[in-house]
Write a protein that binds this ligand. Sequence first.
Ligand code: KG4
Ligand code: ZN
Length: 344
Amino acid sequence: MIVLGLESSCDDTAAAIVRHTSGAGGVVLSSVVVGQTDLHAAFGGVVPEIAARAHAEKLDLCVEQALEKAALTLADIDAIAVTAGPGLIGGVLSGVMCAKGLSAATGKPLYGVNHLAGHALTPRLTDNVAYPYLMLLVSGGHCQFLLVHSADRFERLGGTIDDAPGEAFDKVARLISLPQPGGPAIEKAAVDGDPKRFALPRPLLDRPDCDMSFSGLKTAVLRARDKVIAEKGGLTVQDQADLAAGFQATVVDVLIEKTRRAMAIYMAHAPSEPALCVAGGVAANTAIRHGLETVSDENTARFIAPPLALCTDNAAMIAYAAAEQSSLRDPDDLTLSARPRWPL
Ligand code: KG4
Ligand code: ZN
């Protein structure tokens, strides 16, 4: 089947067309993502009202471009998929309304998809990974371990109890005067830094579960920074590098140790083709990827990190999730509602 997907739950407006036959794997015929970074830059974060308006303006255009790039028309599409939550409600509503309009006008079935399910199923789309697999979803807004049993059964093993790691990277970058987005800036600065100069806490590492916490770490960086500023009157490039390296090393330590625990729970299910998968913008971080690879090697599991364009927010993952779910459930109807919260 050929599915047109829409995504508008945060600050990317996206449309994509995916072809799926059966089982694992799909072909992305087109994927269009229009970011809104410029619109929110002056405000230091995503402004929900501005985001919703921009989605409403850009969705039609994204759909047109996705069809054009795939050299298809709406008549060739078998189903319409849309992120129905969780996310910023105005944006999710824009997408749901657009998808309902397309479904009503064309008579094609409509599927509301959970955004997190979209991320979690991406390794099926790109790498034909077999169920069950372990997924670490790690981005600016999410951080959780999911045991993926099927296209509609996800078991949450744990996750952050406060900030997501990407959010912590962004906030720490601001604290030490590095540019946004903070993740790449910190990774770059950390190359020349001494990760051992500042002793930073590794929260919740003493607890045996898979939960994590990153907000205390951010506060610890703030204190370390203030101490340096009080002593020297400002931060040198080396101070920035050392703080960046210390912070990044701590996030890696916490993520890796908790992944080890999640992996132990997963391996107890005796999967026939064990795989550790990662998705989300933070998966771009080389140190984090290496750490995760180490854990998968320890367990002789495959390590799967989909290409970054499919790891970050996109609509191909939404179209693919709907395609796989279509054999497990009925389509939604025009009463489909947008959900700001929607646990998997
Ligand atoms: O998945 P994503 O594109 O968007 C949402 O979270 O919605 O993730 C963006 C996050 C940002 O917080 C950014 O700082 C972080 O991913 N990020 C990184 C790196 N590249 C992006 N974090 C650490 N290291 C990186 N290289
Ligand atoms: Zn996302």
